[in-house]
Design a protein around this ligand. Structure first.
Ligand code: ZN
Length: 157
């Protein structure tokens, strides 16, 4: 993992220090699990679960397309939009429309910024790219789609 962090450092300077990732069945967290607030840890693990399901379903295609260097609009953004759907669901559950709106603003920065290597071209384009997912979360239609149906049911307990 350290070697991966060194290789990724020019594009992702905070890799390993501030990010979570999953490779196969192992989730790498930015801190010890007991030091991460419970709700945040649950959200992180649900996000990584979506990546694990995609990795299992798509195999090498997932890893190859995720790793393609950034070029403004990447397949990585498609995978991350699928996983960040969980973050939007949780934001809606915890904070309603206002929580969802704040999460969207944060994700626009995530998708257009350096954190993931500028995986989408600019804030306006990132907001437009996220819009169909945001609408599906706001209207609750995504609550009936796998794997989000199971995830949100588990989140609610
Ligand atoms: Zn992710």
């Amino acid at each position: 993992m350290r070697a991966l962090a060194v290789l990724a450092r020019p594009l992702l300077p905070d890799f390993l220090d501030g990010y979570t990732t999953v490779i196969g069945s192992t989730v790498y967290l930015p801190d010890l699990p007991h030091r991460i607030p419970r709700d945040l840890l649950a959200c992180i693990l649900c996000h990584e679960l979506v990546h694990q399901l995609d990795q299992r379903r798509f195999g090498p295609l997932f890893y190859l397309t995720y790793a393609i260097p950034p070029a403004g609009r990447t397949v990585r953004a498609v995978w991350e939009r699928r996983a960040y759907t969980v973050d939007l669901l949780v934001a809606r559950e915890l904070g309603g429309d206002r929580g969802l709106s704040m999460a969207v603003d944060r994700l626009v920065t995530v998708f257009s910024g350096a954190g993931y290597g500028w995986m989408w071209a600019g804030r306006v384009a990132a907001r437009a790219f996220l819009a169909p997912t945001v609408e599906a979360v706001a209207s609750r239609s995504v609550d009936r789609e796998a794997p989000y149906d199971s995830i949100i049911e588990a989140w609610r307990g």
